[in-house]
Design a protein around this ligand. Structure first.
Ligand code: PLP
Length: 412
């Protein structure tokens, strides 16, 4: 590609900056199933070469015919055709009018929070990704934005927490790592009655299992590092919305503050979303088997998985999710941190690592890893025991995962 002239921006990518997302099948996207959209939305064969995959546009600038006369791209911090394809793909999967991709999940959260001003107030779930908590408390609170963290299990508690200054409600469901499930539609009703916008971190469910915009949310945040990327090889984020005002704000933040993803990362994500539906089905099936196995084992005291009928919000999960996801948390009968650590180290197929959502199974210890930046007393008050173990159940063979857990439990 380096010796050939730079490809003209193909019709499909130019289309992508107009209102209508490009569509390889030339059909109204709403009529297409999830798998078809996962594979085709935002992408069409490259008109200059016929390449079926969207090229990786490794370019920082674009030649202009005259000053400010160009094919929709001028400088790559602001836009890149590979990124445009990814944004249209993710927007289609979430049923959004707009998608904005970021260099990481937290960069996407940060860009949302940049719409707030000193004195503004946010109500957030109290069981949430540790990095979101850190960003809110350690970066945005010093600028005068106020946060209240509550268990959003009851919409009445959200109503009580909203003040005249509240501008945003932040929901994570299923929650990390306790796998609580919150009723997105009910919470959106309460927030909207107060004129407050709602953002949902949909990282744990992925758009295959849950589409918050259809339930009333104004914004969806993804750490694309997780299920959307799916192969533990890329860090990224995305915000999806059908609000023009929010989309303008987010695009302005990319342009002004620069948290843009690189084109190769966008390509890896485009490649990954093509199999999202296949991977999620196996993640859910394996997690179901793992959850039931653990629950039936004498060495395990508690198993958290929204698919259990006695999960406190099982009916909500069954209503707003297509299946119950690939995450399972547990507390051992011997409720000591050292025992939990020995258990994690005894696993062979599950690897001890941060992160989740990849094809490979991972085990982690939230209180020292992903949630280490939340003070211990705050964690425990939110119901997160220090001995909790979190599993990201991968897409390996179910029998091998269960055998691995069985062996590690027997070794304690
Ligand atoms: C990982 C994660 C994030 C942060 O995303 P990064 O891509 O790591 O910046 C946000 N929310 C949830 C639920 C996550 O798991």
């Amino acid at each position: 590609m380096s010796s050939t002239p730079p490809p003209t921006n193909g019709a499909h990518v130019v289309d992508a900056v107009s209102d209508a997302p490009p569509d390889a099948l030339g059909s109204p996207e709403a009529d297409l199933g999830f798998g078809t959209r996962a594979i085709h939305a935002g992408q069409a064969p490259d008109p200059t070469t016929g390449a079926i995959m969207t090229p990786v546009y490794l370019t920082s600038t674009y030649v202009q015919e005259a000053p400010d006369v160009h094919k929709g791209y001028d400088y790559a911090r602001v836009g890149n055709p590979t990124r445009t394809a990814l944004e249209a793909n993710l927007a289609s999967l979430e049923g959004a009018a707009h998608g904005v991709a970021f260099a990481s999940g937290v960069a996407g959260i940060d860009a949302i929070l940049r719409r707030l001003r000193p004195g503004d107030h946010v109500v957030s779930t109290n069981d949430l990704y540790g990095g979101t908590y850190r960003l809110m408390r350690q970066v945005w609170e010093p600028f005068g934005v106020e946060f209240t963290f509550v268990d959003l299990g009851s919409p009445d508690d959200l109503d009580a927490a909203i003040t005249d200054a509240t501008k945003l409600v932040w929901i994570e469901t299923p929650t990390n790592p306790l796998l609580r499930v919150y009723d997105i539609a009910a919470l959106c009703d309460v927030a909207h009655a107060c004129g407050v916008d709602v953002a949902v971190d949909n990282t744990f469910a992925s758009p295959y299992l849950q589409t918050p915009l259809a339930l009333g949310a104004d914004l969806v945040l993804h750490s694309t590092t997780k299920y959307l990327g799916g192969h533990s090889d890329v860090v990224g984020g995305a915000v999806l919305t059908s609000s023009d005002e929010w989309a303008d704000h987010l695009r302005f933040q990319i342009k002004a503050a620069g948290a843009a993803p690189g084109p190769l990362d966008c390509f890896l994500l485009l490649r990954a979303t093509k199999t999202l539906h296949l991977r999620m089905e196996r993640h859910c099936q394996n997690a179901r088997a793992v959850a039931h196995f653990l629950r039936g084992h004498d060495g395990v005291a508690r198993v958290m998985w929204p698919g259990f009928e006695d999960h406190p919000a099982h009916d909500v999960a069954a209503r707003q999710m297509r299946d119950f996801g690939g995450m399972v948390s547990l507390v051992l009968e011997d409720d000591e941190v050292e025992t939990a650590v020995r258990f994690m180290q005894a696993l062979r197929v599950f690897s001890l690592a941060e992160s989740l959502g990849g094809v490979e199974s991972l085990v982690s210890h939230p209180s020292t890893m992903t949630h280490g930046s939340i003070p211990g007393d705050v964690r425990r008050a939110a119901g997160l025991p220090d001995s909790l173990v979190r599993l990201s159940v991968g897409v390996e063979d179910e029998a091998d995962l269960v055998a691995d857990l069985d062996r590690a439990l027997a070794s304690l």
